[in-house]
Design a protein around this ligand. Structure first.
Ligand code: BGC
Length: 436
């Protein structure tokens, strides 16, 4: 029932903007009392969740929407990390046919809100007490000029190292590496045993996912923030950055030569199937292990990327709601926003997605050891000041700065002739404009 009032409150706010809607809003509420299906509408949602684990997680949401009589319309744009999706979204919004909701994250939310195309969710947020239900670091990212314009569904940890337990055991690796010396020693054993040591794919965001974990492991959270979030030129051109780039390049020598163009989930599949030992990837990879019927601690392991056990790189998936004209569509959109913050959805979805709920005070009983560790480490890192935003996954800097950094790092990864010194100089100069 709370959903009815939250939904009504949100549309009361929209009504102020669109005058006549107020009357319709009241009618809609009455209709809701009479019949759950009479207020149904279509909700079109832009996303890029197409891998096995992602699709299963999204299916939970679709089922919840359709069980209330709403029609779910996929606006799917393939491509992990979401770069293609953001381009497609721009075209649709420019054409005046924005979807009801889109998977948009971090500072990009601000960029869209600046264009005045997002729906103000403040009334629903106030009614449902989102400020009390969300960690401040997440709530702040969902707000534009203090008003909620997006709804968070999870927290993904990015600085993970995934491992196939059988491969490690066959290679004689008995402990998970906590330093890069240990990591390279383990990788050598895996290679010597005839396996690919590191599964990796061929997109710039995958390269940056590894790179930011290395920077965090080598330099710690303060250095990470200075270099990759504040884009401080001295940090980008320092001995610590030099060491990070050297380790990053050394990791590449453990990747097979067919990585070019490979998707992240195909790389995870190599670990699942026992072709490769390790993968550096956020915990959406766990969604793949789970979808394949594997269990953490048995078939695979999750451990913090070397040197990052006390830090936490966060990546929050969120849906921004676009302003819609049709009343039916607004109703479905309001229900979607309400549903996304609900305990039921946040539990079911995150059990499959590999992430943890964005909502605080959730019962974690049904979650596995990796998720429980993630949840505890998120709190510990936030207290210790070692909670850092993922640059690779659009949590830290503007789209422009992110693109510039990614281009330099991926060139370094892919072209062995690119020097460490040249790359540091390019990093320092490519950032020109500040974070946001
Ligand atoms: C998103 C995840 C997604 C992953 C692979 C990340 O940036 O936050 O939800 O599963 O990319 O596409």
């Amino acid at each position: 029932m709370a959903g009815v009032f939250a939904f009504a409150a949100m549309h009361a706010a929209n009504a102020r903007r669109w005058g006549l809607q107020c009357v319709r809003w009241a009618m809609g509420c009455l209709a809701l009392w009479a019949s759950a299906t009479s207020w149904a509408g279509e909700v079109e949602v832009l996303h890029y969740w197409t891998s096995g684990g992602e699709a299963k997680s999204l299916a939970e949401l679709k089922a919840m929407m359709t069980s209330r009589g709403h029609t779910w319309k996929d606006f799917t744009v393939t491509g992990g990390g979401g770069q293609n999706a953001m381009l497609a979204l721009k075209q649709r919004v420019l054409a005046g046919t924005a979807p009801a909701a889109a998977l948009i994250k971090g500072p990009t939310i601000q960029e869209w809100a600046d264009l005045n195309v997002l729906t103000n969710l403040d009334a629903m947020a106030a009614f449902e007490k989102w400020d009390e239900l969300l960690p401040k670091v997440i709530a702040d990212q969902m707000k534009h000029k203090g008003r909620y314009v997006a709804v968070p569904v999870n927290v993904h940890r990015v600085n993970w190292l995934w491992a196939n337990s059988a491969v490690l055991s066959k290679a004689g690796v008995t402990t998970l590496p906590t330093t890069y010396d240990e990591f390279f020693a383990a990788a050598d054993k895996i290679k010597a045993a005839g396996f690919i040591a590191v599964a990796h794919g061929g997109q710039d965001w995958q390269d940056f996912t590894v790179f930011e974990s290395v920077v965090l492991g080598v330099g710690g959270a303060d250095f990470y923030n200075n270099a990759l979030v504040q884009l401080d030129k001295r940090a980008l051109n320092s001995d610590t950055m030099r060491q990070s780039l050297e380790i990053f390049r050394r990791i590449k020598s453990y990747v097979d030569d067919k990585a070019s163009g490979r998707d992240w989930n195909a790389a995870t599949d190599m670990v699942i199937k026992g072709k490769a030992g390790f993968q550096f990837m956020g915990d959406w990879a766990k969604g793949e292990f789970i979808a394949a019927g594997q269990q953490p601690g048995v078939d695979f392991s999750c451990s913090a990327a070397p040197g990052t056990a006390k830090a936490y790189t966060f990546n929050v998936d969120s849906f921004a709601m676009f302003q819609l004209k049709a009343w039916e569509a607004q109703k479905a959109q309001g229900y979607l926003a309400y549903l996304l913050m609900g305990q039921d959805f946040q539990e079911k979805f995150n059990l499959r997605k590999g992430s943890i709920p964005a909502r605080l005070h959730m019962n974690m009983e049904k979650f596995d050891a990796c998720a429980k560790a993630s949840s505890q480490d998120f709190v510990a890192a936030s207290k210790a000041g070692t909670l850092v935003p993922s640059v690779a996954h659009g949590m830290a800097v503007s789209t422009a700065a992110q693109g510039a950094l990614r281009a330099v790092v991926t060139e370094f990864w892919n072209n062995d002739k690119t020097t460490v010194d040249g790359t540091m100089a390019k990093l320092a100069s490519s950032t020109g404009t500040k974070a946001r």
